[in-house]
Design a protein around this ligand. Structure first.
Ligand code: UD1
Ligand code: MG
Length: 466
C-alpha cells in the first residue's frame, strides 16, 4: 500500500518577525523543515511533497530528502488548501501522512503509529492534552448532535480556536496538526472544503466532520511527549524547543557514559560521537560531525566543528576548532589550547602540542611536534618533534598565491622567525630567533638571517637643545 507524506511549509510565520521564512529558522544547526524531512525520510514513503509558498525559492533550495517534490501554494488560503495543492501528486490508494514544517521534533515512531492506525482506511489524528490549549484546534468528542463540550467518546470534529464557543474553548485535548488519512477519501474531502469560517480559510481540520458524516472511522492517537508536537511560531518558542532538544541529547550522551559538567550548558548541532570516559566542561558547542576518542577531555568554552579527536587528548578552554571540509584531525595524546585555533585541513599527529594563540590551517604536524605560543602555521608540513618557537609565522601567501613550507624532523624554529614560503628546512636544522627565512635552510646547521648585533662604544644620546 502506498504511503505519501505531505509537509506544509507555505506559511509566513509572521510572529517570527524575520525576513527568513519560518521553516528555515534553525534548531540545533538544522532548519526546522530539514528536521521534519529527516524524520519523514525514515518512514519509507513512496513520495514526499513539501507545500511551499512564502519564500518558496529559498525553502526549496534548502530542502533535501529522497523522492522529494514541491508544490507551490500561492496565495495561502489555509491548511486544507495547502494539502489540496499536493493532491495531484498523491497515489490514489493507500495512506497520506500530513506533517507540519514548523513542528520539527515529531518522532518517527509516533508518525509510524499514526500511519498504522490509519491503515489506508481510517482517519487517524494525533492529539495531545495541554494545560494551556489556547490557539489550537479543539478535539470534539461525544454526541455530535448539539452538545459542544468534550465529554469523552468518539471524535466527531475539530473546531478551530477562533471559531470555538466559550464551552468548546474549555476543551484541553487539541489537534497537533499531524494526521494520517486514506488518500482516496482525502482527495475527495479536500475538494469539498469550504471557507465559511471566522478566518475565511480552507481548514484541513474540517475533513474530520466529513469523515464522521460518511461513516469513515476516526481515531485519535495521543502524542508520546509534548516536545514532539510543539510548533515554532515565535523566537521564544524556538528557543524553548532548542533547550528541550539539547537537554534530550545531553541525556543520551550521559546515559552512554559521557560526563558533562552541566547538561544545561552544552549544544550539539550535528552529531557528536564519544568514546569511553569522555569529559566535557561547560559551554561547549559541537557542530557538524565530531568524534571524541576514549578519555578525551574538553575544557570550558570550546567550539568544535567537523573534527576527529584521538584518545587521551586534552582540549584546553577557549579552543576553536573549525574543520569545515576537509575537516580537522587531532592524534592521540595531544594537547591543544587554551585559546588555540585549528582551521580546515589541520592534521595533528600523536602527542602534538598546540598552545595559546596558535593558529593552524591546512598543515600537518607529525608526532611530538610543538607550537606552544603565538604562532601561525599555514600550508605546511612539520616533521616529528619539531619545536616551533613563540611568535613564529609561516608566510604562506604572497598576495596572489599560497605556497607550501616543509620543515624536517627535529628542526628547531627560534622565536619570532618568519618562513617565507615556499621554503624547505632540513632535518635537525636550527633557525636563529628573529630570522626571516626566504631560502632553504640545510639540515643540521644553524641558519641565522638577521642583521648582526653591534654595540657602538662612543655613541651618545641626543640631548635637548636649550
Ligand atoms: C493548525 C490546525 C489546528 C492545530 C494547529 C496545531 C488547521 C485549520 N488548524 O492551526 O487545528 O491545533 O495547527 O499546530 O489546520 N500552512 C500552509 N498554507 C496555508 C496555511 C498554513 O502551508 O495556507 C502551513 C503553515 O506554514 C504551517 C502549517 O501549515 O506549517 C500550520 O499552519 P498554521 O497557520 O500554523 O495553523 P494553525 O492556525 O496553527
Ligand atoms: Mg501553527
Amino acid at each position: 500500500m502506498a504511503l505519501d507524506i505531505v509537509i506544509m511549509a507555505a506559511g509566513k510565520g509572521t510572529r517570527m518577525k524575520s525576513a527568513l521564512p519560518k521553516v528555515l529558522h534553525r534548531l540545533a544547526g538544522r532548519s526546522l523543515l530539514q528536521h521534519v524531512l529527516q524524520t519523514a525520510a525514515g518512514l519509507g514513503a513512496h513520495g514526499i511533497v513539501v507545500v511551499t509558498g512564502h519564500g518558496a525559492d529559498a525553502v526549496e533550495a534548502s530542502a533535501h530528502a529522497p523522492r522529494l517534490r514541491f508544490v507551490r501554494q500561492i496565495p495561502q488560503l489555509g491548511t486544507g488548501h495547502a494539502v489540496l495543492q499536493a493532491a495531484p501528486l498523491l497515489h490514489d490508494t493507500g495512506t497520506t501522512l500530513i506533517l507540519n514544517g514548523d513542528v520539527p521534533l515529531i518522532e518517527a515512531a509516533t508518525a509510524q503509529a499514526l500511519i498504522d492506525s490509519c491503515g489506508g482506511a481510517k482517519l487517524a489524528l494525533l492529539t495531545i492534552t495541554l494545560d494551556d490549549p489556547s490557539g489550537y484546534g479543539r478535539v470534539l468528542r461525544g454526541d455530535p448532535a448539539g452538545r459542544d463540550a468534550h465529554e469523552g467518546g468518539r471524535v466527531h470534529g475539530i473546531v478551530e480556536h477562533k471559531d470555538a464557543t466559550p464551552l468548546q474553548r474549555q476543551i484541553h485535548e487539541v489537534y497537533t496538526g499531524v494526521m494520517a488519512a486514506p488518500t482516496a477519501h482525502l482527495k475527495r474531502w479536500l475538494a469539498a472544503l469550504k471557507n465559511d469560517n471566522t478566518q475565511g480559510e480552507y481548514y484541513l481540520t474540517d475533513i474530520v466532520a466529513m469523515a464522521v458524516a460518511e461513516g469513515v472511522p476516526v481515531t485519535a492517537t495521543t502524542a508520546a511527549s509534548e516536545t514532539e508536537v510543539l510548533g515554532v511560531n515565535s523566537p521564544v518558542q524556538l528557543a524553548d524547543l532548542e533547550r528541550r532538544f539539547q537537554r534530550a541529547q545531553a541525556t543520551v550522551l550521559m546515559n552512554a557514559g559521557v560526563r558533562l559538567a552541566d547538561p544545561a550548558r552544552i549544544d550539539v548541532r550535528g552529531e557528536l560521537r564519544c568514546g569511553a570516559d569522555v569529559e566535557i566542561d561547560v559551554n561547549c558547542v559541537f557542530e557538524g560531525a565530531v568524534a571524541l576518542g576514549d578519555r578525551v577531555r574538553i575544557g570550558a568554552n570550546c567550539v568544535i566543528r567537523n573534527a576527529v579527536i584521538g584518545a587521551d587528548t586534552i582540549i584546553h578552554p577557549f579552543t576553536h576548532i573549525d574543520g569545515e571540509a576537509p575537516g580537522v584531525s587531532v592524534g592521540a595524546g595531544a594537547r591543544v589550547g587554551p585559546f588555540a585555533r585549528l582551521r580546515p585541513g589541520a592534521v595533528l599527529g600523536e602527542d602534538v602540542h598546540i598552545g595559546n594563540f596558535v593558529e593552524v590551517k591546512n598543515a600537518t604536524l607529525a608526532r611530538g611536534a610543538k607550537a606552544n605560543h603565538l604562532a601561525y602555521i599555514g600550508d605546511a608540513s612539520i616533521g616529528e618533534r619539531v619545536n616551533f618557537g613563540a611568535g613564529g609565522i609561516v608566510a604562506n601567501y604572497d598576495g596572489a598565491n599560497k605556497h607550501r613550507t616543509v620543515i624536517g624532523a627535529d628542526a628547531h624554529i627560534g622565536s619570532n622567525c618568519v618562513l617565507v614560503a615556499p621554503v624547505n628546512i632540513g632535518d635537525g636544522a636550527t633557525l636563529g630567533a628573529g630570522s626571516t627565512i626566504s631560502k632553504d635552510a640545510p639540515a643540521g646547521q644553524l641558519t641565522v638571517a638577521r642583521a648582526r648585533q653591534v654595540s657602538l662604544a662612543g655613541w651618545k644620546r641626543p640631548s635637548k637643545r636649550t
